[in-house]
Design a protein around this ligand. Structure first.
Ligand SMILES: NC(=O)c1ccc[n+]([C@@H]2O[C@H](COP(=O)([O-])OP(=O)(O)OC[C@H]3O[C@@H](n4cnc5c(N)ncnc54)[C@H](O)[C@@H]3O)[C@@H](O)[C@H]2O)c1
Length: 306
């Protein structure tokens, strides 16, 4: 052997030793290897691929505010990806319609009337959903209210409005988690997705402080849940939508929507499906290493300085 080859030979032996040590000795690394498959990445990808052909196969999702807007879009999308859907909404007509749409699309769904701001309602709906579907794997805290005609800056906001907005937007997710997380834990883990808003990240001259504060508090709540229940394999993540063209924005004129679109770098308002696809990713096992995160889905609005 030439002297120049010696270093290479030694390095190669150290490398081989390291590899065999990793293969035999270290459980954590061996575990990592089995999921990543160093020797055969193609088969690892293939295995994962077949598991995600239907991205929510065999899962049950509970979605609040599923009667319209993003909740309806998520119900339809999740069902297409194999999930069975517990449709929760305060509006029975809208909720029944979403469940019927899912069923007519070939999916499985049941509607449960629920005011998420009322603990007993949520407790019963979670129990009814588990009775109907046998389990829960995904909790999507989507229901929320924005009352532009009553929710202003703090100096002008009535306490009853403040309390009701907090009751729906903040306590709703608290109640859903209170009764839903034990069900996820029973299944060996699951995913909690909570819809906040870019309002929680920005200040607006035209303030809706109850809405903004409730959405901000959801960030802290979601992070705490992510840490507390991580060892039970319950993940918790936040979505921050920008302006989404849903019934919530029905008071905006077409002209106002066009004006907002011009401020958005991607030059349009979001459609409900834009948010539903983000929720789908967070609900699926593709995001199994993501918890305590926030994803902004706003077409670039908050980073644009507009
Ligand atoms: N639309 C937007 O531009 C926008 C932007 C950022 C964040 N968000 C948030 O996204 C989520 C979905 O918004 P959307 O635009 O689809 O709203 P939406 O008003 O179109 O639909 C909301 C649904 O929630 C239901 N709901 C209202 N109060 C409820 C209660 N107490 N209990 C149960 N259900 C109730 C309504 O009946 C409705 O079906 C909300 O949390 C909202 O704050 C919306």
């Amino acid at each position: 052997m030439r002297i120049a080859d010696c270093g290479f030979q030694v390095k190669r032996e150290i490398f081989q030793f390291e590899i065999s040590r990793l293969c035999i000795g270290d459980f954590a690394i061996a575990d990592y290897r089995s999921s990543f498959s160093i020797r055969n990445p193609q088969s690892a990808i293939r295995n994962r691929q077949s598991a995600i052909d239907m991205r929510l196969k065999d899962k049950v999702a509970l979605i609040t505010g599923a009667g319209m807007g993003m909740g309806r879009a998520a119900s339809l999308l999740f069902a297409r990806e194999g999930a069975r859907i517990a449709v929760l909404d305060i509006n029975a007509e809208a909720g029944e319609e979403t469940a019927a749409l899912v069923r007519s699309d070939g999916g499985e769904a049941a509607f449960f009337r629920c005011d998420v701001g009322v603990e007993e309602n949520v407790k019963k709906s979670v129990a009814d959903a588990v009775t109907a579907f046998g389990k829960l794997n995904i909790l999507f805290n989507n229901a929320g209210v924005l009352w532009r005609d009553r929710d202003f800056e703090v100096t002008r906001t009535d306490e009853r409005i403040w309390d009701r907005v907090m009751g729906i937007n903040l306590k709703g997710p608290v109640f859903v988690c209170k009764y839903g997380i034990p069900e996820l834990i029973r299944q060996g883990g699951g995913s909690v997705i909570t819809t906040s808003s870019i309002s929680a990240l920005l200040g607006y001259k035209r303030a809706q402080d109850a809405y903004t504060a409730s959405k901000g508090a959801l960030i802290s709540l979601s992070r705490s849940i992510a840490v507390v229940y991580a060892d039970k394999k319950v993940r918790s993540n936040i979505i921050h939508p920008g302006f989404v063209d849903t019934p919530m924005q029905k008071e905006l004129s077409e002209e106002a929507k066009q004006g907002i679109a011009q401020l958005v770098p991607l030059r349009r308002l979001a459609q409900p499906l834009d948010i539903a696809y983000c929720a789908l990713f967070l609900a699926s096992d593709e995001s199994s290493y993501i918890t305590g995160a926030e994803i902004v889905v706003d077409g670039g609005l908050t980073i644009s300085g507009a």
